[in-house]
Design a protein around this ligand. Structure first.
Ligand code: SF4
Length: 504
């Protein structure tokens, strides 16, 4: 069967180029058939948002019913007769198929595609700093496919499209604009390159390899690709070594496995690199040394290592802190703290049980009241990764009367408030591919009580709880958050032991 180039395939390519090939030619029996609940939640939210926007459109020509061929015919007919707005029109030509949410007629009789998206229309928007943002590449390639089809069918005379975003704001996508400041290729050229690659992959005329990256955990090929990476001794098994560096190392050094990279001499490589800017572009001496250290820990030492002595604050109150939030709605629903003190260990949580700004603010306020109740200079706070800090900075702008900028910055700048991820990255290495809190705590023997613990599931449970108010779901959510906090404690104690004894 001919595989057609669709907007979904172009989108997939921007997320992971291998997925386009694997979806068609990969071992189908290894594919996870259950849809990830978080991915499902995003779909449902996308559909609900589209329905809301469509309900406000006024009059339009609906091309939803019928087979693809019938709908394609009706779409052409509707454009020929000058329909002002067409919903779910079908555009097809040769190996390309596109179904834009809307086709909008312009005063000169041509059409532009409009997509309804449940995210922000541009990336990098920051109204306070006067940043208008720039087009998202993954939106642009989809819109460009529709424009391409419209041009071939004779209904477009400009490379223009539009996005209606989560806040119902309209963003014009001028596909002639450059990708960014560094990469000045027009979006249209980027689309052409992506389309060409996708076409070759769909015809199996080129193949590419999996690479373990952050988004893999949400992909239906995760188990299959992970197996491939392990069996192939692939370099992406090394933490922080992604597809780009892996491919660059393979192209310039001819090295594809962890075993082989261990045999290189860094100084020899640096001599080859001197005077040739393109050679191992983006992989300097420091990065190479880090890759070798991690490769050694994974395949030879097979134990965690620590490169310097770590001294944590000696205080009576140790707080292990983790928030739960739904980034798709920019809503923080839980602030959890596991407290270890001379009085024992307790779990505290500050939770918004309603999806309202008032509930979000109150939970955050309660969190700070609790922090203020602790003896000054006699507590330390541990968290994992910059997410808590970034989220709190955003919340401070929303609720400036809860805490001032200065107070918030002073809190995170305190030497008693410690991001353990920074400690892990800078001072340790572990014989695992991912340095996520889950992976490291599990390596240390910690077990989550829930069978399917993940931040994505937490978001799904919260949304379920908001829908049906089921106390059992809230308990599941709290148990998960408490375990995340405890896992942070287990990791802190693991690093401490590693630092004092050199082993675990
Ligand atoms: S698991 Fe990762 S590498 Fe494999 S197809 Fe999915 S995103 Fe790509």
């Amino acid at each position: 069967m001919t595989q057609r180039i669709t907007a979904a395939k172009l989108y997939d390519y921007t997320q992971c180029p291998h997925r386009v090939w694997r979806d068609v030619y990969g071992p189908q029996d290894e594919k996870i058939t259950e849809t990830n609940p978080f991915v499902k939640l995003l779909w449902e939210r996308g559909i609900a948002h589209e329905e809301k926007i469509v309900a406000q459109l006024g009059e339009f020509t609906d091309i939803t019913p019928g087979t693809l061929a019938e709908r394609a015919k009706q779409t052409i007919q509707a454009m020929r007769t000058g329909a002002s707005l067409i919903y779910q029109g079908v555009l097809q030509l040769e190996d390309m198929l596109g179904i834009p949410d809307l086709l909008e007629r312009r005063p000169d009789g041509s059409y532009i595609p409009v997509d309804i998206k449940s995210g922000m229309g541009f990336e990098g928007i920051n109204a306070e700093e006067g940043l208008r943002g720039r087009p998202k590449k993954h939106y642009a390639v989809q819109l460009a496919l529709y424009v391409d089809l419209l041009q071939h069918l004779g209904f477009a005379n400009d490379r223009l499209a539009k996005v209606i975003d989560i806040h119902s704001n309209e963003f014009e996508y001028d596909l002639k604009t450059p990708l960014g400041q560094k990469d000045t290729r027009p979006l249209w050229d980027y689309y052409q390159e992506v389309k060409k690659d996708v076409a070759l992959l769909l015809r199996n005329q080129t193949q590419n390899k999996p690479a373990l990256i952050g988004i893999c955990k949400l992909c239906h090929w995760y188990v299959s690709c992970k197996k491939w990476v392990n069996e192939s001794d692939d370099l992406t098994k090394i933490f922080y070594l992604g597809r780009q560096k892996r491919d660059r190392i393979a192209a310039d050094l001819g090295i594809e496995t962890i075993t082989d990279i261990l045999a290189i001499d860094i100084q020899d490589v640096m001599r080859a690199k001197a005077g040739n800017k393109q050679f191992l572009y983006g992989v300097g001496e420091k990065t190479l040394a880090q890759i070798l250290r991690r490769a050694k820990v994974i395949s030879q030492t097979k134990k965690p290592v620590i490169y310097e002595t770590i001294k944590f604050p000696k205080v009576r109150y140790e707080l292990f802190f983790d928030i739960e939030d739904d980034p798709t709605q920019e809503f923080v629903y839980m602030h959890g703290i596991y407290v270890k003190s001379p009085d024992g260990e307790t779990y505290q949580h500050f939770t918004a049980t309603q999806l309202t700004a008032g509930a979000e603010k109150k939970a955050w306020q309660d969190f700070w009241h609790f922090i203020d109740s602790l003896p000054q200079n006699d507590y330390a706070v541990y968290y994992y990764s910059h997410h808590e800090k970034t989220t709190y900075r955003r919340m401070q702008k929303l609720y400036p009367d809860v805490i001032s900028v200065e107070e918030l910055e002073a809190f995170f700048a305190s030497s008693n408030v410690i991001d353990l991820y920074e400690v892990v990255k800078q001072s340790t290495d572990w014989p695992v591919s991912s340095y996520s809190l889950k992976d490291l705590a599990q390596y240390l023997g910690f077990k989550w009580q829930d069978e399917t613990p993940s931040g994505a599931m937490s978001i799904q449970w919260f949304n379920q709880f908001i829908e049906n108010n089921d106390p059992q779901i809230l308990i599941r959510l709290l148990t998960y958050n408490e375990d995340d906090c405890k896992a942070t404690m287990v990791l802190k104690e693991g690093i401490e032991k590693l630092s004092s004894t050199g082993h675990l």
